[in-house]
Design a protein around this ligand. Structure first.
Ligand code: GLU
Length: 390
């Protein structure tokens, strides 16, 4: 073969080869990364801590930390690690026993992380968050400041939901979304979700014909993908991971714990969710929109729907026509139009029982008749998130 032919052949070979997945410079260059690991990557089937796998994961995190990257580690496994010590063979269904297991398991987990990171001279700090820490302004600022200071002091924060006091009504429930919100809270550059499946697949990974989805750039890449089903001991199926990636809005890698080193190096493992349009919404608004469920409903007249949805105004008593549910001031509630469609969600300033006396009244009238404390809006615009476009 002449040199010319060889060159032509080489060109043809290159063009014919499938495109290699793009490397991920955003991950390799990230200065602050939130890494989340699921229960099944950290605990044994017997409901105890898997010390070897924890050490292997900490080896990877410590190496990246040594290279100068700040790491925030969101660790599940509190409930799973508490099962063995409590003599339970599987995850309990009732909340009180889950809380007890979390109480026992969380301490054991953090003790393990403390000694594992100490092998590299790193100190860890436990951070337990509740849903309130994300939605209530003062709590939110507080959590953000605490995490910021830990990072500033060179500590590796180990984050989990405060499962011992979380109630069913208002809890994250899965650590995927918690990790995405923590990424916002800490203004992280990247999020790595480590699960027991090495990537997102077009169908059940154990079925032949299921393909790994290497890159997700938008909803089109997920069309027709089955996201249902969750793991054995964790709570988040693929759907919570996809949602977490959407909430995070930064580069996100989804893979298994065994691929953690490659994932953190920016190699093309697992599934890479490319960042969205770069606009960060505030964490509180994300949480309200994606994770809370309304504790009740407030019905609005059309004028109020327009004011809230189109003009981003506060909800005033004058525009309220009905109230349903038993909520307290500060709870998240759904706002709906006359047709019952939910158009927004917000943190309400009054208990459910107070609202019927205020409905349809102007704030000026209320202040005059009931006192100045009744001049406040039903929901302040800063505590509102619009869920529907019209
Ligand atoms: N926070 C739970 C725990 O530590 C885990 C939630 C999850 O698996 O996503 O047990």
């Amino acid at each position: 073969m002449s040199a010319e032919q060889a060159a032509e052949q080489a060109t043809r070979t290159v063009t014919a080869a499938p495109l290699a997945p793009a490397p991920r410079p955003e991950i390799a260059a990230a200065r602050r990364i939130v890494v989340k690991a699921g229960s099944s990557s950290l605990t044994t089937r017997q409901g105890t801590i898997d010390a070897d796998r924890i050490d292997a994961l900490v080896d990877v995190l410590a190496a990246r930390r040594r290279a100068g990257t700040e790491i925030v580690f969101v660790s599940s496994g509190a409930i799973a690690a508490g099962l063995g010590p409590l003599g339970l063979s599987r995850r309990p269904n009732d909340l009180a026993t889950q809380q007890a297991a979390a109480s026992v398991g969380q301490g054991l987990l953090v003790a393990r992380y403390t000694s594992s990171f100490a092998r590299y001279g790193f100190t860890v700090g436990q951070v337990l968050l509740t849903a309130d820490d994300m939605i209530r302004r003062v709590h939110h600022r507080n959590a953000s400041r605490a995490l910021g200071q830990l990072l500033h002091l060179g500590i590796v924060p180990i984050v989990n939901e405060n499962d011992t006091v979380a109630t069913d009504e208002i809890r994250f429930g899965d650590n995927d979304r918690l990790a995405a919100l923590v990424a916002h809270l800490t203004r992280a550059d990247a999020l790595v979700l480590l699960s027991d499946v090495d990537a997102l697949y077009t169908g059940d990974p154990s079925r032949p014909g299921s393909r790994r989805i290497a890159d997700v750039r938008g909803p089109a890449d997920l069309a027709g993908v089955e996201l249902g089903g969750s793991g054995r001991v964790g709570t988040g199926g693929m759907i919570t991971k996809v949602e977490a990636a959407r909430i995070a809005g930064i580069p996100v890698v989804l893979t298994d714990a065994a691929s953690a080193a490659h994932a953190l190096a920016g190699d093309a493992v697992g599934t890479y969710f490319h960042p969205g349009d770069g606009r960060r919404r505030s964490t509180r608004h994300l949480w309200l929109a994606h994770a809370t469920t309304g504790q009740g409903r407030v019905t609005l007249d059309q004028g109020a729907v327009d004011a809230v949805v189109k003009r981003h105004k506060s909800l005033l008593p004058a525009g309220v026509t009905g109230v349903q549910g038993d909520f307290a001031a500060g709870d998240p509630v759904d706002l709906c139009g006359a047709d019952g469609r939910v158009v927004a969600r917000g943190l309400v300033n009054y208990d459910a029982g107070e609202i019927p006396n205020l409905m349809g009244r102007s704030t000026r009238w209320l202040a005059r008749e009931l006192g100045p404390e009744y001049e406040r809006e039903i929901i302040h615009r800063d505590d509102l998130v619009v869920l529907a476009a019209d």
